[in-house]
Design a protein. Structure first.
Length: 110
């Protein structure tokens, strides 16, 4: 939004101490929504190497990706059970890695 406004010649001033309230609809306040959002992000922004890699290197990438999904998923699960506030970030990481796995399996280029 800021880039579009600047491109149109809008001027303004950045106020560092400004308070901003984001109204998030109830539909976006679920773990399902968070997972779906970050999974799509992982798919969309997967490194080019995930798409172009083949053979043995591809197998290693698959194994690493599955390992990262398990790692971040387990940490998120434990954090949620233990009441730690940072579990959502690990949950989002797990979803991103799942999106990367989807991309690696599909080998589609955008």
């Amino acid at each position: 939004m800021l880039r579009a406004a600047l491109a149109e010649g809008v001027t303004g001033r950045w106020v560092w101490d400004a308070t901003v309230f984001h109204l998030v609809p109830v539909q976006r306040q679920s773990t399902t929504y968070v997972f779906t959002y970050y999974r799509a992000q992982g798919y969309l922004y997967a490194e080019r190497s995930l798409i172009d890699t083949g053979g043995y290197a591809r197998a290693l990438l698959l194994a690493r990706t599955v390992g990262q999904i398990c790692r971040h998923g387990a940490i998120a699960f434990a954090g949620r059970i233990l009441g730690r506030g940072n579990w959502v970030a690990r949950y989002a990481d797990c979803a991103r890695w799942t999106g990367r796995l989807d991309r690696l399996r599909n080998r589609e280029a955008t």
